[in-house]
Design a protein around this ligand. Structure first.
Ligand code: ADP
Length: 543
């Protein structure tokens, strides 16, 4: 049977027109520290059109890359629609990368234009001479940029000089809409190019997974330079949810002031954001009562954090998993229906179940699927319309297998389909041939009353090849001995998992997106910058 349904392309242009037509009075709110700037979707849409016209006047053609070096703010959101819908490719740049890596990424993507916040001009100015493909720099916001940047255009000038109205082109749904480079936690950054079709479908997945609607006020804490802020800006727009953007005010006091003033109902972020918020809340008691739910992912979410949010803040912290390569939504951890409240945590601490559209399997070292028994571990592979099929101008055959993406995450899956990530394959600790889960040890340690933060990495050991090193940050005024912490862990894990090596530090090294930088921890330990005490001889795996 040949003729079925209409051939409407799945493009961001369709979502753009929908949000503008149906939800013109919903709002985009940008925090400017102390006060908020409000714009309706109707106003934003008109500016999106002017931005597209302005970029076209600079010579931006379909397929060209337009970089953004910007915090979460209205203008960045304008580029989120203007650039892809005019047929160009939005390349969100991670403003926390070291300058040489930033330059490498701009050059690899061959960006023709960069839109930069005034507050980030010094960062761009430092690498400007090394960016041969960049023809135009557009600066958002006021301030004196001096000569450092060279020739540039003011964003508002670009908008005013283009008359309203823009002929949106018809786009192939498979063409690239945006791109993002991995942050390189375990290797060199690689580019992932999202298609219109993948972003369109992913926005629907976010709608379902985050259970959003026009009744929500969505606070996007996840940076818009990191995997499109998990797709929440697009989902908010198409559903008419208000979109609240914190700009650069990401410290707990800034976020909490924004929450008090603008009363979001929903947010999303990495665990370190929420643990910072919790510590701030305990000291200052800001009114965060508007917030009902928060999705948390990017690294494992400690049980103690989920419980504290529930008990002290009355906020449901929902764990999710994803990667730059997966757009990012892959799994989400809602307890199954009919779970009695006292059993909910069993599911909430897990990585979650695959969202519809994502197929997931776990393969052992021989390439066979592991038992779905919640115990057997192997590497997670995923497949779906918003999972990348390749990397931009980089060959990485080792990342793909029979049309599935090899995630580099190791874990198990239970009979209900709940996945539990136990490690990244590059962070796995293999002691005497047996695996020890760093994620589980960290999770337990963070539940100890004296511990504010903890990381566990594998370090060389003469007898067992590798043993866990625990790196711990205490809460202010608190402390504990390695023996206390070993005894505490001993209640939950087998003896040979207990770390003998302990380091107590002021801060755990973090990556540009706030994840534990285990590469750096291992290097610091090897170089002696992180010093550990050893309290016992290595435990033996018991078989
Ligand atoms: P990078 O790979 O540079 O760290 P990504 O944001 O793409 O940047 O990171 C994806 C990785 O983050 C996943 O492969 C996984 O290791 C980790 N991750 C994300 N969410 C979770 C989670 N809920 N639990 C454990 N690990 C997670």
């Amino acid at each position: 049977m040949e003729s079925t349904m209409q051939e409407v392309p799945l493009t961001l242009t369709e979502l753009f027109h929908h949000g503008r037509r149906v939800f013109g009075s919903s709002e985009v709110v940008t925090w400017e520290g102390g006060h908020a700037r409000h714009s309706t979707f109707h106003e934003v849409a008109a500016r999106v059109e002017r931005l597209a016209a302005g970029l076209r006047s600079l010579g931006v053609q379909p397929g060209d890359r337009v970089g953004t070096l910007s915090w979460n703010r209205q203008e960045h959101f304008e580029a989120y629609f203007a650039v892809p819908c005019m047929g160009a490719v939005l390349h969100t740049l991670n403003l926390r990368l070291p300058p040489h890596q930033l330059a490498q990424i701009v050059n690899h993507a061959a960006d023709r234009v960069i839109i930069v916040d005034a507050s980030l001009v010094p960062l761009l100015a430092a690498i400007r001479p090394h960016l041969p493909t960049v023809e135009h720099v557009v600066v958002v916001g006021g301030g004196d940029h001096g000569d450092a940047l060279g020739e540039h255009i003011a964003y508002e000038d670009l908008l005013t000089r283009s008359a309203g109205g823009f002929e949106w082109p018809e786009l192939d749904e498979r063409s690239a809409a945006a791109m993002c480079y991995t942050t390189g936690t375990t290797g060199d950054p690689k580019g992932v190019a999202y298609s219109h079709r993948s972003m369109y479908l992913h926005a629907f997945a976010v709608w379902g997974a985050f259970r959003l609607s026009d009744r929500e006020r969505v606070l996007a804490i996840v940076p818009m330079f990191h995997v499109n802020a998990w797709g929440t800006p697009y989902a908010a727009w198409m559903l008419g949810a208000d979109l609240l953007l914190p700009d650069r005010f990401l410290h707990a006091d800034g976020i909490c002031s924004f929450i008090q003033a603008e009363r979001p109902t929903f947010t999303g972020g990495v665990p370190s954001i929420f643990s910072g918020m919790l510590a701030y809340f305990r000291e200052n008691h800001p009114d965060v009562s508007s917030l009902k739910r928060a999705v948390c992912g990017g690294s494992a979410v400690p049980a103690s954090l989920i419980e504290a949010f529930r008990d002290e803040l009355d906020i449901e912290l929902i764990q999710a998993w994803g990667m730059t390569e997966t757009s990012p939504i892959g799994t989400i951890a809602y307890p199954p229906r009919d779970t009695p409240p006292e059993d909910e945590m069993r599911y909430r601490v897990k990585t979650g179940r695959a969202v519809p559209g994502v197929a997931l399997r776990i393969l052992d070292e021989d390439g066979s699927e592991v038992e779905r028994d919640g115990v057997a571990v192997g590497e997670i592979e995923v497949r779906g319309p918003w999972i990348t099929g390749s990397y931009y101008n980089a060959s990485a055959p080792e990342k793909f297998h029979d049309g599935w993406l090899k995630t580099g995450d190791v874990g198990n899956i239970d009979p209900l389909g709940f996945v539990q990530i136990t490690d990244r394959s590059k962070d796995v600790i293999k002691s005497g041939g047996e695996w020890i889960s760093s994620v589980e040890l960290e999770n337990l340690l963070m539940g100890h009353e004296a511990v504010a933060d903890a990381a566990v990495v594998g370090v060389p050991d003469e007898k067992w090849q590798e043993r866990p090193l625990a790196v711990v940050v205490f809460r202010p005024g608190a402390s504990a001995t390695p023996d206390d912490l070993r005894a505490y862990l001993g209640d939950s894990v087998v003896r040979w998992w207990l770390p003998e090596r302990w380091a107590f530090v002021d801060e755990i090294p973090k990556t540009s997106v706030g994840k534990q930088d285990k590469k750096k921890i291992r290097a610091d330990y090897a170089a002696g910058t992180i010093e550990a005490v050893q309290v016992a001889t290595s435990g033996a795996p018991v078989r």
